[in-house]
Design a protein around this ligand. Structure first.
Ligand SMILES: Nc1ncnc2c1ncn2[C@@H]1O[C@H](COP(=O)(O)OP(=O)(O)OP(=O)(O)O)[C@@H](O)[C@H]1O
Ligand SMILES: [Mg+2]
Length: 471
């Protein structure tokens, strides 16, 4: 029954209203009753005292019932109460109710006894005759400090009961109206709150089924509005990541297909055709090359996956990177000679240690210099410099090769992107080298970009790695 927020909110509003109204009614009615009682009691006591001073001389010697009853009757009419006068033995000697009055009887009442003892007492009693509640007060009649009788007043409480009854009715009407208003208002407010939540739930359900194109309209600026904004952002990011992932898988499969197809043909040829020893060797060399390519591709993919995962196993250390850079460059020197390139580098003796994963720094150098070798024809130059700037270390890989058109200088860092696909593949490239560089540099808080080479020839790849902040 209370499964939806709307019902819960509305029910809560109604419960609060009812509780407040019941409590208010209870307090209000009681205060009113108390106030009226106090007022009535004081008024009746004052009247009784006045009557007692009137009847006091009439109670000495033998009281005249008719005379006293007349006085009682006159007062009773004015104060709208029944007035009874007794002597000190509680015998009624005057009653405002002349017909069927109590004159002559003994009135054995607690209030009268108390008055005779010069104490005050009041009672509220239900009178079946008048079908009403009555307030009763008695005061002593004194003659020279001696109690000679008692004036007893009884006044109906029908007025206050009537008022109470009316107020109770008004309060009931007010409560019912408040409940209706609270119900409507509760539904309205709850709707304002739950409508966006329902929209979010529906969108989340669709996303759970794989449809990430969800965007929920932001209708408020409160917490739910902020949640909706975050949700939309999350949906967008998910959509983008899924698209990237799909593209990545498609590209990776595509890249694997060509070496695998070549391998398939080569192996089948080896098996099905009679080949002489030399031809067999050639085929095996081709198989070897294709396998190498596949292994490199898988290694690159693994590198990227590892760099993508948030928690990498690689721990950073504060190190001077010069020896590692020099080692990598020395390792590549032989390749430069094979390709007949003029290869040189300028490194400082040492640099300020920075926070790095060392093998990743080697990979940056390797990938950039490898590219420079690949895309620079024989006779060209490749130069590497490392320098310490005010707030970073700057690595430049300069070549005099084919260069990169200005409109593609951003794109070369994307996964699988190659300027000249055929040429790159011929060189054994898969288009992942620079994206790995970019990921590593990003992880180290640095920047990487490419500029046009010196005198408009070739390219210059620049990497900056921030120096640790001195506190
Ligand atoms: N020094 C360079 N000179 C000219 N073009 C370059 C240079 N470096 C990279 N490129 C271009 O950028 C593309 C992407 O480079 P990247 O290193 O990512 O891939 P790749 O070298 O083709 O393959 P991989 O590095 O994965 O073996 C290359 O295909 C090439 O077209
Ligand atoms: Mg490369």
């Amino acid at each position: 029954m209370f499964k939806s927020i709307r019902t819960k909110l509305t029910a809560t509003y109604i419960i609060i209203i009812v509780a407040v109204m019941v409590l208010t009614s209870f307090l209000l009615l009681n205060i009113l009753k108390q106030y009226y009682f106090d007022y009535q009691y004081t008024d009746m006591t004052r009247s009784a005292t006045l009557i007692s001073s009137f009847v006091a001389p009439k109670l000495i010697d033998k009281p005249d019932a008719a005379d006293i009853s007349k006085v009682a009757f006159d007062f009773a009419r004015q104060i709208n109460a029944r007035v009874i006068v007794t002597d000190h033995k509680q015998r009624v000697v005057g009653d405002s109710q002349r017909v069927e009055g109590l004159v002559g009887t003994t009135l054995d009442r607690k209030e009268i006894e108390a008055a005779l003892a010069q104490k005050q007492k009041w009672t509220v009693q239900y009178s079946e005759i008048s079908d009403n509640w009555v307030l009763q007060v008695a005061v002593p009649v004194l003659n020279e400090d001696k109690v000679v009788g008692v004036v007893f007043l009884a006044s109906s409480l029908s007025y206050i009961h009537g008022v109470q009854h009316d107020i109770r009715n008004y309060l009931i009407i007010a409560t019912v109206l408040s409940i209706i208003i609270a119900g409507l208002l509760g539904r309205f407010l709850a709707r304002r709150m739950t409508d966006p939540l329902q929209a979010l739930t529906a969108a989340a359900e669709k996303m759970a089924r794989g449809d990430f194109s969800q965007q929920v309209t932001v209708s408020t600026r409160d917490e739910i509005g902020r949640l909706t904004v975050q949700f939309n952002e999350m949906a967008q990011q998910l959509q983008q990541s899924t698209k990237q992932l799909k593209e990545f898988v498609a590209n990776a499969s595509h890249e694997m297909r060509s070496p695998l197809t070549s391998l398939n043909i080569l192996v089948k040829s080896l098996r099905d055709y009679p080949l002489d020893k030399e031809e067999q060797q050639e085929f095996l060399a081709d198989i070897d090359e294709e396998l190498e390519r596949l292994i490199r591709l898988v290694e690159d993919l693994l590198d990227l996956t590892r760099l993508d995962s948030v928690a990498s196993d690689d721990t950073m250390a504060l190190l001077d990177i010069v020896p590692a850079v020099r080692g990598t460059l020395e390792m590549l020197r032989k390749r430069a000679e094979e390709k007949e390139l003029i290869f040189s580098y300028t490194l400082p003796e040492r640099t300020t240690p920075i926070l790095v994963v060392l093998h990743q720094i080697k990979q940056i150098v390797f990938n950039l210099v490898d590219n420079a070798f690949k895309y620079t024809p024989a006779g060209g130059q490749v130069k590497v410099t490392l320098s310490e700037e005010t707030d970073c270390l700057k690595l430049c890989v300069i070549d005099t090769g084919v260069g990169i058109p200005a409109d593609q200088r951003e794109k070369v860092f994307e996964r699988f992107y190659r300027v000249d696909k055929a040429r790159s593949r011929e060189q054994g490239g898969t288009g992942l080298g620079l994206s790995i560089v970019r990921e590593i540099v990003k992880r180290h808080g640095g920047k990487v970009w490419v500029e046009e080479g010196e005198q408009g020839r070739g390219s210059v790849f620049i990497v900056t790695l921030p120096l640790p902040e001195i506190n």
